[in-house]
Design a protein around this ligand. Structure first.
Ligand code: UD1
Length: 417
């Protein structure tokens, strides 16, 4: 267990480079299992979640070499189609191998992912889609088994656009006989990145980034090389860091279109945002104005930015209404922000945040990844010091966040217990 000691009050200034996207890397790693050759993935962020996915691939029989931000995966030796409970518990997104194992071996068994800190997160859409492709699903003793004699292309409609289910189904359908159409698919940029990688491996997929994805089955796939897109949530977090500290930060390696909802909300809040090619400069000279946000599937405001944006709104001028529509339990940071002096009232899935002139440092805990990021941001802006426990949650999705912010003028010390 590690913690951060954060001394607040410094303006962040300078340049920070964004790493490759965690949520693009994880499904791409899973997709490499679909073939027997070698895949090279570039821009891989050095994160705990990525290390867990590496362990999952190795457990299944793949060889993985990971040096700096380049990962080579050789999936020729994969001889196991089961993911243990221990690995599923370490990371929910381990369920992304369900689609690729079924796609290649027509069989997969994974431990049922339980509820998590931010919500119950069911798997019904993943399973419904696999069934439509011809798989039989058995749920027993806490495990899900999907098995098929043959996979056949099918029409799949999602009641809600699930990112994970869209990705799993793309992978499962890629070598099915005939054509699969996924309707009401999730449209996140990470899904386009997965489509690009799969097509490089020889797949025939069109439509990712829209709500209809068409997959024409092919006989086999081969190894490929791919560079993952930049992490839009990391970039968004740095934008808020600049805004909340009244700083001036140039964020590089960004695809600004992926951040349109965040950029628009920051501008509405009176924050200066200048976009140029793959760079975004964010600066502010005074407290933000209160704005309302409602999380929505892409291209709406991302749920993965809701806690960080709430941190910003705690010091805004006025009252902001923040509505979470994706996950039912994603307000764990509210209690912690209140400890720092925030004025937040919860009404079901809505948080009413009355801005205060300043936060004060406190003893707080990161309950999950983005809640942890929100608390770092709040602590950067707070008067005096904050002790933030359970930093391992932050390490799941940010590569040495303290080094990045210290290079911009923050004062964060990582304490190993
Ligand atoms: C992914 C992201 C996560 C992000 C989330 C929403 C990864 C590794 N994780 O998670 O960071 O917060 O998208 O943008 O990419 N749902 C069902 N049935 C299902 C599946 C999902 O009802 O079978 C619901 C969920 O409860 C939730 C909504 O669909 O309300 C969206 O979840 P989903 O897009 O599946 O999230 P993940 O893919 O798990």
């Amino acid at each position: 267990m590690q913690k951060f000691m954060i001394m607040g009050g410094n303006r962040l200034q300078g340049t920070v480079r964004v790493n490759g996207s965690k949520n693009a890397t994880l499904p791409i790693m899973a997709a490499s299992l679909l073939q027997e050759g070698r895949c090279t993935i570039k821009g891989v962020p050095r994160l705990r979640d990525v290390a867990v996915m590496r362990d999952v691939l190795v457990y299944l029989g793949a060889s993985v070499a990971w040096e700096k931000d380049v990962m080579h995966i050789d999936a020729g030796g994969v001889n196991c189609q089961e993911v243990s409970e221990e690995l599923m518990r370490r990371m929910r997104a381990s369920n992304l191998v369900l689609g690729s194992l079924v796609g290649r071996f027509r069989r997969a068994k994974i431990s049922y992912p339980g509820g998590c800190q931010i919500g119950t997160r069911p798997m019904n859409l993943h399973l419904k889609g696999l069934q439509a492709l011809g798989a039989t699903i058995t749920e027993k003793y806490g495990y899900i088994t999907a098995q098929a004699e043959k996979l056949r292309g099918s029409e799949i409609y999602f009641d809600v656009p699930s990112v994970g289910a869209t990705e799993n189904l793309m992978m499962a359908a890629v070598m099915a006989e005939g054509t699969t159409v996924i309707r009401n698919a999730a449209k996140e940029p990470e899904i386009i990145d997965l489509q690009n990688f799969l097509n490089r491996m020889g797949a025939k997929i069109r439509g990712a980034g829209t709500d209809t994805i068409k997959i024409t089955g092919v006989d086999s796939l081969h190894g490929a090389e791919h560079a993952v897109i930049p992490d839009r949530i990391e970039a968004g977090t740095h934008m808020v860091a600049a805004a909340i500290t009244c700083g001036d930060v140039l964020i590089t390696n960004v695809i600004p279109e992926h951040l349109e909802p965040v950029i628009n909300k920051l501008r509405e809040a009176g924050i200066n945002v200048e976009v140029k090619d793959d760079r975004v400069r964010v600066w502010a000279g005074k407290r933000p104005l209160a704005v309302d946000i409602k999380t929505m599937p892409y291209p709406g405001f991302p749920t993965d930015m809701q806690p960080q944006f709430m941190a910003l709104m705690t010091v805004a001028e006025g009252t902001s209404v923040i509505t979470e529509t994706i996950f039912e339990n994603r307000f764990k940071h509210v209690m912690e922000l209140r400890r720092m002096g925030a004025d937040i009232r919860l009404e079901g899935q809505t948080a009413v945040v009355k801005g205060v002139p300043a936060l004060s440092g406190a003893y707080v805990e990161a309950t999950d990844l983005r809640a942890g990021a929100a608390l770092v941001l709040a602590a950067l802006a707070a008067e005096n010091g904050t002790v933030l426990e359970r930093v391992e949650h932050i390490d799941r999705g940010y590569e040495r966040l303290e080094n990045k912010y210290n290079a911009l003028g923050a004062r964060i010390i990582r304490v190993h217990k």
